[in-house]
Structures are given as structure tokens and as C-alpha cells.
Design a protein around this ligand. Sequence first.
Ligand SMILES: [Zn+2]
Length: 201
Amino acid sequence: MGPDVWKWNYEVDGSFCVASIKKSLGSAGRVSPDHVFEWNNWVPKKVGIVAWRADMERLPTMAALARRNVPVPNQMCVLCGDYAETCDHIFVSCHFAQSIWQNLAIWCRMPPIIAFGIKDLLTLHGPRSSSRESKAIHAVILVTFWSIWKVRNEVVFNQAVPNVVKSLDEIKSMAYLWVKSRSKMASLSWENWSRFNLGAM
Ligand SMILES: [Zn+2]
């Protein structure tokens, strides 16, 4: 019997090292998230918050309310009337959203958008905004989420009629105002923006 000593149970010889704690944490079934929401300081926080909540299925859609036992008259999407209103539906598969995304792809000179979920839309601009152009595309994506949710609310609460052309105009003009004032592109003209021409200014 010797004096009491501290022993690290995760190594045979009882000695502690950081590599050993890393190894035991790594084997404990912890998975790192495959996707981390990317914020963008070229748009206001309130704009990013819509996409962030959609990404977590935390927007009060009809389907989400019904799941929480909130009585809703009908769970169908108000933009098409054909499918249950989930976040994935209104932002990804609804034909209203599809028309908007395809038009934006043409405007931003991107290949046609093929998205199976919200995460596919949030990463369309490529790995973390590497260039001015990809940061601007990311800003447009966030503004689009904000705008689609806004139209949806106007239809639900004010009986508005959804209109793809009107929404596209709003996305382009709001994104222009925010990007121009928040980025260092003060000389960005509407003419260049409307051609998504960020290089020659
Ligand atoms: Zn729909």
C-alpha cells in the first residue's frame, strides 16, 4: 500500500494527456454538426433570422402549429394550396418558391438551382462567402427567405395575392439597399446591381 495517487481511467497506465481526453470524447458518439448557419452582415439581423429559423424548422408554419396542437383551420400552403405548409415546402418545393429561385439563379448567373432541402439553398453560394460575389449571393438568398415568409404572412393575415414578379422586384431592391449601405460597395449603382455586375464599378 503506497500513498493515494490520481489515475486517469481511460489509459492503461493511468497517465493523463489531452490526446487521451480527445480520443475518449470522439468515441462517445458525439457528432459535430454537418452544417452551421452562416450569418451575413450585409443584411439586417431580422432578415437572417427568418432563414435561421427555417433552417431549424422553427417558423410557425401551419404544420408546425398543428403539431403543437394549436388549432389551425387548414394546414395547406397558402401560396399553392396543394401541400401541407412546412418550412421545406414553402421555401424549397412550393412552385411559388421554385419560380423565385430559378429567376434569381438566372439573375446571379448561377446554374439552375436543384435543392432538396433548406440547407441546399443556404449553401448555394459555395463554401463560406469567399468572394464579394458569393457574399452578395448569400445576402440575396437570405433576403429571399425573408421575402417569401413576408408574402406568406401577407396572404395569411391580409388576404394578399402572391405574385412572383412582385416578390422578385422586392428581393432585388431590398437586397440592393442593404448590400449597398452595409458592404463597402458605396458606389454600387442600381444599374450594375440589376445586372448582378459587382465587378466593374
Ligand atoms: Zn405551396
